[in-house]
Design a protein around this ligand. Structure first.
Ligand code: CA
Length: 232
């Protein structure tokens, strides 16, 4: 029996205090993370690409360039711009932290902290990122391509102009191919529009969507007595 090796999440931990660096990297490794350490910002920047970390745990107060400057440089490089960053800071520097968070970082933890709280925050940040990336996965069915984040649909390479509700409807159906959605389920998704959503409105939206999809219209099938489904 072969078991797929689980690829550990790699963390780059940047901290100049040796005791904290050693104790926390030990804890993180025990939690199953692969940990690379750096004692200065310069070391962190030098270590960043080989191999690239999945998350950076970054102390703000470092000798030489500080954590904010490290963030700044990482965010400017396309290869490192998207790596999630969690800042570590002394509690007294909370105002700095807020400024840094707004500009560069994804989350922060103030010192002193409970290691298990930090681990929970790291896991939450990684989950959040994983969710964002699956939500943005491009969907392709025959000649139809959907880019969720850009809220864009293309048929045969040509952009199709959809209303907000038509796009929401398309995404709902396309994310669960073969699943039949009842008109009530679709109404729930379309709610929030200013119009009162009824069964007739759902049918009207689907008709409009099909018309715009042209040659890809047959991807949306009517399920008699129930509603609609996406069928590739
Ligand atoms: Ca420090």
């Amino acid at each position: 029996v072969t078991v797929d090796p689980v690829i550990p999440v790699r963390i780059l931990f940047v901290e100049d205090e040796t005791n904290l660096r050693n104790s926390l990297s030990f804890i993180l490794e025990r939690e199953g993370f692969e940990v690379m350490c750096a004692a200065t910002g310069e070391e962190a920047l030098a270590a960043i690409s080989h191999p690239r970390p999945d998350l950076i745990l970054l102390d703000i107060n470092l000798p030489g360039i500080d954590g904010f400057e490290v963030c700044n440089r990482l965010r400017r490089q396309p290869a490192t711009a998207a790596i999630p960053i969690m800042l570590l800071s002394a509690r007294t520097a909370v105002e700095d932290l807020v400024a840094g968070l707004e500009r560069y970082a994804d989350d922060y933890v103030t010192k002193p902290f409970q290691p298990r709280v930090l681990v929970a925050r790291i896991n939450a940040l990684l989950r959040r990122r994983a969710g964002e990336s699956t939500e943005n996965v491009e969907l392709r069915f025959r000649e139809l391509v959907i880019h969720p984040n850009a809220r864009e649909a293309l048929v045969g390479g040509k952009r199709v102009v959809l209303t907000k509700s038509e796009f929401d409807l398309l995404l709902l159906l396309a994310r669960s191919p073969q699943r039949a959605f009842t008109r009530d389920e679709i109404i729930d998704v379309l709610r929030g529009e200013s119009i009162a959503v009824t069964d007739r409105v759902v049918d009207f939206q689907v008709a409009g969507l099909r018309r715009k999809l042209g040659s890809a219209a047959s991807l949306i099938e009517t399920v008699r007595g129930i509603g609609y489904r996406f069928s590739d």
